[in-house]
Design a protein. Sequence first.
Length: 204
Amino acid sequence: MAGNPQIPLPYLDWDNPNKQKAFHEWQDFMTSYLTIHKIENENHWNYILISSGPKGRDLLLASNISSEEKTNPENVWTIFKNHLIEKPNKWVQRIELQSYIQKEPETIEEFVLRLKTKAEKCAFATIAVKEERITEQIIKGCKYQEEKKKLLGKPDLTLVQAIEMVKNYESTTSSLTDCKSASKYSERTEHGQMDFVRHRESRR
């Protein structure tokens, strides 16, 4: 079936620095395009080739994929996936995870998001192990010394508990800061009013 000119053919963004995102977006759009136009599986590779441009053509040629193998679109997608998405070295990722600390302007939720994103690349054996490593890093990297001591004092601390404890600490600290600011503002206002009254009285 011929392509609908109203729906442009998606193109692979080779210049996107986030190669993984570029590949998955391209694959998703291409899958929808091929489905809408009811392109037969054996012809998918032609459209993939065109949408990937000259670099894609060079990549397929270098892969030595046969004509028969091209008729299975999974074979073609795998070539692009292996080229664009580099498998992270789990040892390097784990070492880098151990160096993460909570930055000064960062909330605990923002810090945990960074930890979870990095942990996804660490290839931990189970979810439980991954969460335990994240919990360890929260304790190690927490910027609040008082709260860090409390976290260390809980031998059966879970990830959820660690996050909630630090969130509550941040919330309480923020409330106290707001109260102090309001109090100082009130004092300045009161002093200002008193000065105004004194000034007015002195002119009588």
